[in-house]
Ligand binder design. Structure first.
Ligand code: AHR
Length: 522
């Protein structure tokens, strides 16, 4: 028998052994991969309390944001005051906590008196900054009413370029005055007996931008000029809070402004727009990572140049110094792909842009400790979540993450980190942030999965290797480049699914190219 070796038996045995070896190698690799994918949450490490005002919006006299969007007397969808009711309904659904008005760069030519009083007396004028003509039929009072209808806080931006300190102070008096003064009475005569109590006021916008009619390339001049505005505005109403103009990428400007105005200001601004480099769809996410780095650097600069507790305040200022640490106002942020006029701001957003919006919000939440407000720029038609034509309006893809984050972020952010495969250079598939409500013991875990594949990751919450997941909200697009468009208003490429689970899970498979919000009970 030994002479006749059974070749086929040997072959079979060898192939069985190879098969077993391959399977075990595959198992080892798979286990290693899923062992590498994890979400670690440390509820003991707080990243700060979340300001309610990070879910703000911005509206400007630019293109059809206000006139032709929010206000459109020609549309059959508007009420007798010209307010587009379909837009208002969508704005309410978005539920911004704050709206900033009326610019933007436009503010450098805005005189608030042009937009109050009898509507037939208002003076239409050329929009020198963005083009077109503005009627100012939607002015201060209409803006305040709009904020009230939505239930949000107004922020007014003052013209410091071609306006004067007393013009700004008169605007404060018009809005907030309670005594028998000319401007408080003017408001009353316009039908508003009660003060508007506008608390937040910004001292200009992107003032260092010389090509944009900015008048203050020298930060020291900005500081000197602002003191005149500050004194008159604060003496008119000492309870108002001021936002100084900060400039991303100009540390010398920011340092001078903070040092020169510390104590008198409550916020300093930071603007962040991103777009996509041609042929590199993930570039937008790398750019948001850079924004986050810049936010943290800006914060270091704020800490180094301002004092948490203001001392030696001059009593002859006659108004009190700020009592809380200086905060950052990201009072314009958004996605600017330079598509259609004006100035490339009529943008149609893909599902990828919705992922970028959530990715941005994750960054802001991680900076909870020092970001006091953030305003998506802008709310309607211009770089916007809501688009209109005369007959209809739609929700762009970016509408959905803005809405869901606003609805589900809890009051504080805790440390959360993901380990997941890299998908483009140092870009990870999973980007996570976790908010907490310590009273009810609930977490909202926000996860953006950039990968075109499902990514399974294990949980580790304070050392415990499982999570009691109650609900999961899943936002997905039909395709990564799917868009909602006005020409097909009834088609929505975004799906928002809510799943009730109440299951203790060791891991979770995050859907491809999705935003998911997991409600977890501690
Ligand atoms: O949001 C559009 C413009 O972008 C704003 O007017 C300006 O502040 C920024 O540069």
């Amino acid at each position: 028998m030994s002479k006749y070796i059974n070749i086929s038996a040997i072959e079979k045995k060898t192939s069985n052994a190879i098969e077993t070896l391959l399977i075990s190698m595959l198992l080892v690799i798979t286990c290693q991969l899923s062992a590498q994918n994890s979400i670690n949450i440390d509820t003991k490490t707080s990243l700060g309390k979340t300001s309610p005002y990070i879910f703000g919006q911005f509206i400007e006299y630019m293109g059809r944001d206000i006139e032709g969007g929010i206000y459109d007397p020609k549309s059959a969808l508007s009420n007798a005051d010209g307010i587009r009711l379909d837009v208002l309904e969508k704005a309410k659904e978005l539920a911004p906590t704050m709206i900033r008005f009326p610019g933007g760069t436009f503010v450098k030519t805005f005189h608030w008196m042009d937009g109050v009083g009898a509507r037939d007396q208002r003076r239409p004028s050329k929009n020198l900054i963005w083009g077109g003509i503005n009627t100012f039929q939607f002015g201060t009072c209409e803006f305040i009413e709009y904020c009230r209808a939505i239930g949000c806080e107004p922020v007014l931006v003052v013209n410091i370029a071609t306006g004067t300190p007393d013009e700004a102070a008169n605007w404060v008096e018009y809005c907030n005055g309670t005594e028998d003064t000319y401007f408080a009475n003017l408001r009353r005569s316009h039908g508003y007996p009660e003060p508007f109590n506008v608390k937040y006021w910004a001292l200009g916008n992107e003032e260092a931008a010389e090509p944009d009619a900015g008048r203050h390339q020298d930060p020291q001049k900005y500081v000197t000029d602002m003191w005149h505005f500050i004194k008159l505005m604060k003496l008119t109403d000492p309870s108002i809070e001021l936002i100084a103009d900060g400039e991303r990428g100009l540390p010398e400007w920011n340092k001078t402004v903070i040092k020169g105005m510390d104590g008198a200001i409550n916020y300093i601004s930071f603007h962040a727009y991103v777009g996509t480099d041609s042929g590199h769809p993930y570039s937008i996410f790398h750019k948001i990572n850079n924004v986050e780095k810049d936010l943290n650097e800006f914060h270091q600069l704020m800490k180094a140049n301002s004092s948490d507790v203001v001392t030696n305040w001059k009593k002859w200022y006659r108004f009190p110094a700020r009592t809380q640490p200086l905060k950052m106002a990201i009072d314009e942020w958004g996605i600017w792909e330079y598509q259609d006029p004006p100035y490339g701001t009529t943008n149609t957003y893909e599902w990828r842009h919705a992922l970028a919006t959530a990715y941005f919000l994750n960054a802001f939440l991680r900076c909870a400790d020092f970001v006091g407000m953030a305003n998506w720029a802008q709310m309607v038609n211009i770089l916007a979540p809501i688009m209109t034509n005369e007959q209809t309006s739609i929700r762009q893809t970016v509408f959905y993450p803005i809405k869901e984050y606003r609805a589900h972020a809890l009051g504080e952010v805790v440390k959360a980190e993901a380990t997941s495969p890299s998908i483009d250079g140092d870009l990870q598939a999973l980007n996570v942030v976790c908010s907490i409500d310590r009273t009810s013991g609930r977490l909202s875990l926000f996860v953006v999965n950039l990968s075109p594949k499902t990514v399974k990751a294990s949980f580790n919450i304070d050392g415990k290797e499982s999570a009691l997941v109650e609900d999961v909200i899943t936002l997905t697009g039909e395709r990564i480049d799917a868009k909602n468009v006005l020409s097909v208003p009834d088609k929505d490429v975004v799906s928002v699914r809510t799943e009730k689970l109440t299951k203790r899970l060791r891991d979770f498979s995050f859907s491809a190219e999705s935003v998911q919000i997991l409600s977890i009970r501690l």
